[in-house]
Design a protein around this ligand. Structure first.
Ligand SMILES: Cc1cc2nc3c(=O)[nH]c(=O)nc-3n(C[C@H](O)[C@H](O)[C@H](O)COP(=O)(O)OP(=O)(O)OC[C@H]3O[C@@H](n4cnc5c(N)ncnc54)[C@H](O)[C@@H]3O)c2cc1C
Length: 281
């Protein structure tokens, strides 16, 4: 079977690899550059600029740590150059197009937009037409293979605002509407690493199903929340109980401990732990 995939962002790349593994002959068409918004215009350059903003923000608290000096000013040209450098660097290290070709996927990039002629034919620049048994338009939703388990409830998301926020699974109100659940919070003002870093605004909330003891959702507001939520997502994907999560020895002092400490509170709330084992540290 011959498959044409239009768009080489994350969705098109996944679709191409799946189709190839299902033994299709695959041609991936990209009007600009492989990597899509993800590498070229979205997360990579935008997060590089967010890093600049974070550094300037942190300079606002220098004096509390005994540092002095002028607050930095931003040279936007240099900051944008750095964002472009990050894009180039990611392309150079990841070598996505080469990786796809190594999988026997034909990649045509920089070809301008592909246009449908009919359901089995597209046209690209120069009037060239390409026919295929199947044409996949790769948009925001990644295409998964039939033998791929998709855990719909475990899709972490967040945003790199200040403070950051991130979540996975059900919200507290969604969980309360349908299940008997238990909720616990650990606030950043009682988290050693947040105190050390002077980033004490925030909290980590965990929501667990009382019957099974597994997590239904996790929500974090505060520094590095998008990193913390990965830990919660892994616990959910592994279907760990709150007791198992509470008993994992996490490195001290780290922001990720907020997950363990909130799990400890849940375990205590659910009478799974004797009090002496529930000390917060
Ligand atoms: C500013 C910004 C910041 C973001 N930050 C984050 C973040 O921090 N974390 C996160 O997870 N997500 C973030 N996103 C979202 C993320 O970029 C998208 O979810 C992701 O890129 C979607 O992948 P995709 O493959 O569906 O589409 P895209 O990445 O948009 O890829 C589609 C590809 O198809 C090509 N194409 C389109 N039409 C045609 C055509 N007719 N012919 C040939 N090629 C075509 C495009 O050139 C593009 O390369 C951000 C998005 C933006 C805009």
């Amino acid at each position: 079977m011959r498959v044409v995939v239009i768009g080489a962002g994350p969705a098109g790349i996944s679709a191409s690899i799946r189709a190839r593994r299902l033994r299709a002959e695959v041609l991936l068409l990209e009007r600009n550059q492989v990597g899509g918004v993800c590498y070229n215009e979205g997360p990579v350059p935008v997060r590089t600029l967010a890093r600049v903003a974070r550094m300037v923000r942190d300079a606002g608290g220098w004096s509390e740590f005994g540092l002095s000096g002028d607050r930095p000013t931003v040279d936007l040209r240099v900051a944008l150059d750095r964002a472009r450098w990050a894009v180039r660097y990611i392309h150079d290290v990841k070598c996505v197009a080469e990786g796809l070709r190594a999988e026997d996927i034909e990649v045509a990039e920089g070809i301008g937009p592909a246009r449908f002629i009919d359901t089995h034919t597209v046209a690209i620049a120069g009037g060239r037409t390409i026919s295929a048994d199947r044409i996949i338009v790769a948009a925001e939703n990644a295409v998964l293979g039939l033998d791929c388990a998709y855990e719909a409830a475990v899709v972490p998301s967040g945003s790199f605002t200040d403070p950051e926020y991130a979540s996975v699974g059900l919200t507290e109100s969604q969980a309360r509407a349908t299940q008997d659940c238990v909720v616990a919070r650990h606030v950043y003002s009682a988290l050693t690493r947040a105190v050390v870093d002077n980033r004490m605004d925030g909290f980590c909330k965990l929501i667990a199903d009382r019957r099974s003891g597994t997590l239904l959702g996790a929500h974090v507001l505060g520094e590095y929340s998008a990193e913390l939520i990965q830990v919660a997502a892994m616990c959910m994907a592994a279907r760990m109980t709150v007791l198992q999560i509470a008993q994992v020895q996490l490195a001290y002092p780290t922001f990720a401990q907020a997950i363990g400490l909130a799990a400890l509170k849940l375990a205590r709330e659910m009478d799974l732990l004797p009090r002496a084992e529930s000390l917060n540290y």
